[in-house]
Design a protein around this ligand. Structure first.
Ligand SMILES: NC(=O)c1ccc[n+]([C@@H]2O[C@H](COP(=O)([O-])OP(=O)(O)OC[C@H]3O[C@@H](n4cnc5c(N)ncnc54)[C@H](OP(=O)(O)O)[C@@H]3O)[C@@H](O)[C@H]2O)c1
Length: 410
């Protein structure tokens, strides 16, 4: 059944979502996109038309909405007749958008855990702080809410479930490794919203090990990984959304997230942090002006969306999953490799936005055809992984498995 789609947000990820919805609009209904700046939404729609991305003739309309305002989002869902909302706005708007979806009976998706603008790096259980408290209400309303359906979180959660279903009898550890081996050519820039990016790394690093939460500091634990295509890369233990949901499903396994960083990023980050420039707490200048240091840093850094035209190189993101099969120790690495330039040529965004933006559209198609329309709140590992991963393979994000038998498509 065709279903109208409302995209919330007009950043790098929304650009990809818009193009992918357009490329598949024969299986979706009318398309709508909204953020606080209608012009940004219209520019995305213009780029969709420039690329001739609409598969079938149809509506794609731009709107203005403050997604922190639940009644306004509910009003927009009513006005557009949206039955699927793909929320790729800032993570601050997640709960207000979810509330609007519950009220209106629309399916909800996001790609990042909810954040309270006033709190940095909340303590686990993260999904338990906001999202899962609304699970019963989603179920009562029959609302499908798929949390964290980007790449990581998202596809990497499906990789864990695929390993559980098809590769291993027991799972002892899940190590998610995220390497961006690309280069944007700027002296320093973050690949997505600097505010969100830095907030991820300023607090305690949590991982799930030996049946409990372990705390470390950022860049305290580093390890070299030998990966397909991108080669040997150093990645650091980092706290990440999916460590929580995966540890809830696999409590006996160690669940860790590793993100690759170059020495230059670490140096700049360390200087900014030690100077206090990554603080979200306002300071007063000698002139009496009140400023938030983190927001000033964001204002002077390149807009992540502007990096796309010059970005070259590849990303490799995957799960190394260890356990046993047939009573013997076994391991699999399930992964995707994406190319920044190819992403830009197809949809006008860099590879990081591409890997995050394609999965929610695949999920929307699976909701529209009923496969994933489960009528309750789930994380991606709660859903059958094959239809999702196979669909992603046809949409530009193919997955591969490397194990004792070699390296092959899933
Ligand atoms: N799971 C993954 O793999 C993955 C990877 C990368 C990113 N992400 C997540 O994807 C999301 C989008 O990332 P991005 O790189 O596209 O970020 P971005 O470029 O900063 O875009 C965020 C968008 O949110 C909109 N927005 C902010 N506050 C809003 C409000 N109150 N009402 C309506 N719109 C609002 C902004 O537009 P206006 O200023 O016009 O309102 C902006 O276009 C983030 O949550 C990020 O954490 C997930």
């Amino acid at each position: 059944m065709k279903r109208n789609v409302l995209i919330i947000g007009a950043g790098g990820v929304a650009q990809v979502v818009a193009h992918k919805c357009a490329q598949n609009n024969d299986r979706l209904g009318d398309l709508h996109i909204a953020s606080r700046t209608r012009a940004k939404c219209q520019a995305i729609i213009d780029s969709v038309h420039e690329k001739g991305a609409m598969k079938a003739p149809g509506l794609f309309a731009a709107h203005r909405v403050d997604a922190m305002d639940t009644p306004a989002v509910a009003g927009l869902i009513r006005e557009t007749g949206a039955q699927i909302v793909i929320n790729v706005g800032s993570a601050f708007v997640n709960m207000s958008v979810l509330e609007a979806c519950i009220e209106m009976g629309a399916a909800y998706m996001d790609t990042a855990i909810h954040e309270d603008p006033g709190k940095i790096c909340e303590t686990p259980p993260w999904y338990g702080n906001y999202e899962w408290r609304r699970r019963d209400r989603c179920k009562a309303a029959g609302v499908t809410a798929i949390l964290g359906v980007g790449f990581d979180p998202g596809v990497v959660n499906a990789y864990a479930r695929l390993a559980e279903e098809e590769c291993l009898d027991t799972i002892d550890s899940i190590d998610i490794v995220d390497i961006n081996a690309g280069s944007h050519g700027r002296w320093f820039a973050t690949n997505f919203d600097p505010e969100i990016n830095f907030r991820e790394f300023t607090g305690t690093v949590y991982s799930w090990q030996n049946g409990g939460w372990q705390s470390n500091t950022m860049f305290e634990v580093g390890k070299e990984w030998d990966l397909p295509v991108v080669g040997t890369q150093k990645a650091y233990l980092t706290g990440h959304d999916e460590v929580h949901s995966l540890s809830a499903r696999y409590p006996d396994a160690d669940v860790r997230f590793w993100m690759g960083f170059g020495d230059h990023y670490i140096n700049v980050f360390t200087v900014l942090k030690n100077l206090g420039l990554l603080s979200e707490k306002p300071v007063k200048t000698a002139e009496g002006q009140e400023v938030v240091p983190l927001k000033v840093v964001k204002a002077v850094l390149p807009d992540p969306a502007s990096l796309a035209p010059d970005y070259v190189g590849k990303t490799c993101i995957g799960d190394l999953i260890r356990g046993s099969r047939g009573g013997q120790p076994a391991e699999v690495f399930i992964y995707n490799v994406a190319d920044h330039k190819e992403a830009y040529q197809e949809v006008g965004s860099q590879g990081i936005s591409y890997t995050a933006g394609v999965p929610p559209v695949a999920a929307a198609l699976l909701i529209a055809d009923g496969t994933w329309d489960v009528g309750t709140m789930v994380n991606v590992e709660d859903l059958p992984p094959r239809p999702f991963l196979e669909l992603l393979g046809t949409m530009g994000l193919p997955s591969r498995i490397r194990d004792a038998q070699g390296d092959r498509p899933i």
